[in-house]
Design a protein around this ligand. Structure first.
Ligand code: PLP
Ligand code: ZN
Length: 409
């Protein structure tokens, strides 16, 4: 049973068939999946969803596959945590962390998009998958394609963190480290994609792949008791996640799964790579590409594919955007660990750091519900904090040596 009608151009609305297409041949707009919402409304009730297994496929009618899902059957439904200690630290009344730092199997929200992309790639009959990645996507494609038994080519900027590289190589894909930044990797991959008949998850499969991000939003709404929060802060790289969280809210409204929502969404970026936040702050319709320079490598996309849509989403919702320095990123990583026990990667530092600033500036009121999107795990980006935390006390293996330290501290 499929609720997918086909693809549709986001700009001109022209319909396209369900194929591995991603760009409108008339206006070059991006293609999006088009669903039959009347049909979905008949089957997808709160009760139906609640009765299903706790993974991202519990919203399957809103995901772009035709048959049964084959990948990511243990992904999704990560914790939504009421962050009481962080509420005190920031002086706010109601704050939640949506915690994809513990996503199965590769500890970032990319497990969601890859689950959908691989299920779809198999439906299309591809035997090889590929991606251009800032790190987390590489981990998840390498891992999930190993499970699926697909051939894989993974392209990354050569200077990624060790955790991201090891966390990819362990699954034994062909890993291509390109001497350049992500935008150069991506440009190369577009050329490769046009020559080879592979499923590039974030190029020719992108319309399907990107839909996986909606499950992060659906889960927030379900876990809040079928309610939308007033504010959501979202990290932006290519700008897809923020638009899909927004779409998840609109879809749940349309299906009657939540009441009319008044949620404002905010884009979070590192100051060293903030093309989306800059466009939001300057109220500009265009994205000026930048050369990234930040420790938040997972977000270091200088020319974001969905940048204009991400900026428009933040603006139209009544939200906004904020950027943070590398020092503020590290401080926020430490704050989240020391209040809520969550060790997030640099992207999470960006998000919490931006949320903190938005609260301090009064852009987010202290007495309204706030969700902070934590999308990746700190064990993958240890070099960002290694010199900025304490050191162990080193002692001899005897009680006298221990007590000497106890006396001194
Ligand atoms: C990819 C990524 C993002 C941003 O995703 P986009 O949809 O490209 O904006 C956020 N957080 C982490 C940890 C990521 O890996
Ligand atoms: Zn078009």
């Amino acid at each position: 049973m499929s609720c997918v009608k086909g693809l549709k151009c986001r700009e001109c609305g022209r319909p396209y068939p369900k194929e591995a297409l991603f760009v409108c041949e008339y206006c070059f707009g991006p293609l999006e999946v088009d669903y039959d919402y009347d049909r979905i409304k008949q089957v997808l009730t709160r009760e139906a969803i609640s009765a299903r297994p706790k993974n991202l496929w519990r919203y399957r009618e809103l995901l772009p596959i035709d048959g049964d899902p084959t990948d990511g059957l243990n992904s999704g439904f990560t914790p939504l945590i009421r962050a009481r200690n962080l509420e005190k630290a920031l002086g706010v009344r109601e704050l939640y962390i949506k915690d994809d730092s513990v996503s199965h199997p590769t500890l970032s929200f990319k497990d969601r998009v890859v689950a959908v992309a691989l299920s779809k790639a198999k439906e299309f009959g591809f035997d090889t998958v590929a991606c251009a990645s800032t790190g987390n996507l590489a981990n998840s494609v390498a891992c999930q394609s190993a499970i699926a038994g697909l051939k894989r080519y993974i392209f990354i900027p050569a200077d990624l963190e060790a955790g991201k590289i090891i966390g990819t190589l362990i699954y034994n894909p062909t890993l291509v480290a390109v001497e350049g930044n992500y935008d150069e990797v991506n440009r190369l991959c577009s050329e490769v994609a046009s020559k080879y008949n592979w499923a590039f998850v974030n190029i020719n499969i992108r319309p399907y792949y990107a839909e996986g991000s909606k499950t992060y939003g659906y889960e927030i709404l379900e876990q809040l008791g079928w309610k939308a929060p007033r504010h959501i802060v979202v990290p932006c790289a290519g700008g897809s996640l923020i638009t899909k969280i927004w779409k998840s809210i609109r879809e749940f409204e349309k299906l009657g799964l939540i009441e009319k929502a008044h949620t404002k969404v905010y884009a979070a970026q590192a100051a060293g790579c903030a093309p989306i936040v800059t466009a939001i702050k300057e109220n500009s319709e265009i994205i000026k590409p930048v050369k990234p320079k930040t420790i938040a490598k997972s977000l270091a996309i200088g020319n974001p594919a969905d940048g204009i849509y991400a900026a428009a989403t933040a603006r139209d919702s009544g939200g906004g955007g904020e950027d943070v320095s590398d020092d503020e990123i590290v401080e926020a990583i430490k704050l989240l660990a020391q209040t809520e026990g969550i060790f997030t990667e640099t992207a999470g530092g960006v998000t919490l750091g931006a949320a903190k600033k938005l609260i301090e500036n009064g852009k987010i009121p202290k007495d309204e519900s706030i969700v902070v999107s934590i999308t990746g795990n700190g064990l993958k980006t240890q070099e960002a904090v290694a010199d900025k935390i304490g050191k162990p006390i080193r002692i001899k293996p005897n009680i006298a040596s221990f007590e000497e330290h106890v006396r001194r501290h």
